[in-house]
Design a protein. Structure first.
Length: 239
């Protein structure tokens, strides 16, 4: 297929449809910087299991009850949410359903391709790439993006940069799309906090009072925990 990037072992494409268009890979890395993957990185570093859920509606409560988990709420509600800061003091052993129409939906879509699935962001870019090299020799790195009001995918610069940070640490031939993501990251790597704060997603969060989430998301390699999807939940990779 013309869109599968099969000539390269290091590939990059947007969203669930992009992931499904790519040639099969040993490892899929889903990227959602603001904020699903950053939340997951912070949470698994605390010994928390995150169950991705694609819908922000009443179905989440039933799913959480069936899984013996708590359901994350709205950002700023005082409990766990898509705010990475909400997981900084989470207790070990917590199971939390985290609804997200972007990162969680992409993670669940990745299960269909039967690859190892990791969650990547700027905070764990090098650690995720290291784990990906250990777990396979072909890689599909997929930025989730955001949504326009009509539901279509909106490419998000922060996800493109984190994808490039991960792709730059993977060996072998890169597709043109992967090479472009690496180049974008290299052009911004010395000014990531400023860049993320200036993106559309960053400005939106800052305006709503969540500047701390943008700051946490911009910390390149500050965390280093590798979330791996296992049995329907992201847990810390044991490798």
């Amino acid at each position: 297929m013309s869109f599968d990037q099969a000539a390269a072992g290091v590939r990059c494409e947007w969203g669930v449809r992009g992931l499904l268009a790519l040639a099969p890979a040993d490892v899929v890395v889903i990227v959602d910087v603001l904020s699903f993957a950053t939340c997951v990185e912070v949470a698994v570093g605390r010994g928390v299991e995150i169950l991705p859920f694609p819908w922000k509606d009443d179905r989440g409560a039933a799913f959480a009850a069936a899984e013996g988990a708590v359901l994350a709420g709205r950002r700023g509600s005082g409990g766990y949410s898509l705010s990475p800061a909400s997981f900084r003091d989470a207790p070990r052993g917590l199971r939390c359903v985290l609804p997200s129409p972007n990162g969680a939906a992409l993670a669940l879509g990745a299960r269909a391709v039967r690859s190892v699935v990791l969650a990547g962001c700027l905070r764990n870019a090098t650690a995720v790439a290291r784990a990906a090299r250990r777990l396979g020799s072909t890689w599909n790195v997929c930025p989730a993006g955001e949504r326009w009001p009509d539901g279509s995918l909106r490419p998000a610069l922060e996800d493109w940069l984190a994808a490039g940070a991960i792709l730059g640490e993977l060996p072998g031939a890169r597709s043109p799309e992967a090479a472009a993501a690496v180049a974008a990251f290299e052009s911004h790597r010395k000014k990531l906090p400023e860049t993320l704060a200036a993106t559309g997603s960053g400005r939106e969060l800052i305006a709503k009072g969540f500047a701390i989430d943008v700051e946490l998301a911009a910390e390149h390699d500050a965390g280093g925990h590798v979330p791996r999807l296992a049995g329907g939940a992201f847990v810390s990779d044991a490798g």
